[in-house]
Write a new protein. Structure first.
Length: 131
């Protein structure tokens, strides 16, 4: 078997083991992290007081209004995040950071394939904002 054919087989085998192709945006070291168990494709890096998610969303993904017990900060690495908070829509493009305080209701949608790095900070109960 030629070296080129061996390389193609290795790439194909690597891609087959992935949960979905749109998450291939992230380097292999990140794709080797444990998968996030939630409503979207992501890899999870746990740290004391914070989970880091390397998330990808196919075009057309819509996430209904919800809130988190965590304070979330994220940066878009591919595509665009359309975030709705208090009826106001904001668009976050590649390189843009966003912040959501704990327990703040929000919705998201993705008109194009999008990837982002999300930091979910666990906050002491005394710091959690009430809606």
């Amino acid at each position: 078997m030629s070296v080129l054919l061996q390389a193609i087989h290795a790439i194909a085998a690597d891609r087959i083991s992935e949960p979905s192709l749109h998450i291939m945006h992230f380097p292999k070291l990140l794709r080797d992290l444990p998968p996030f168990e939630g409503p979207f494709d992501a890899y999870k890096l746990e740290a004391q007081g914070c989970d880091v998610l390397f998330a990808s969303y196919p075009a057309g993904t819509v996430i209904a209004p919800h809130s988190h017990e965590t304070e979330n900060v994220g940066v878009v690495t591919q595509g665009e995040l359309i975030l709705t908070v208090d009826g106001k829509e904001t668009r976050h493009c590649v390189g843009d950071w966003y912040h959501l305080a704990a327990k703040v209701a929000h919705a998201a949608r993705f008109e194009m394939e999008t990837s982002e790095i999300e930091f979910w900070f666990r906050v002491p109960t005394s710091r959690v904002m009430t809606p």
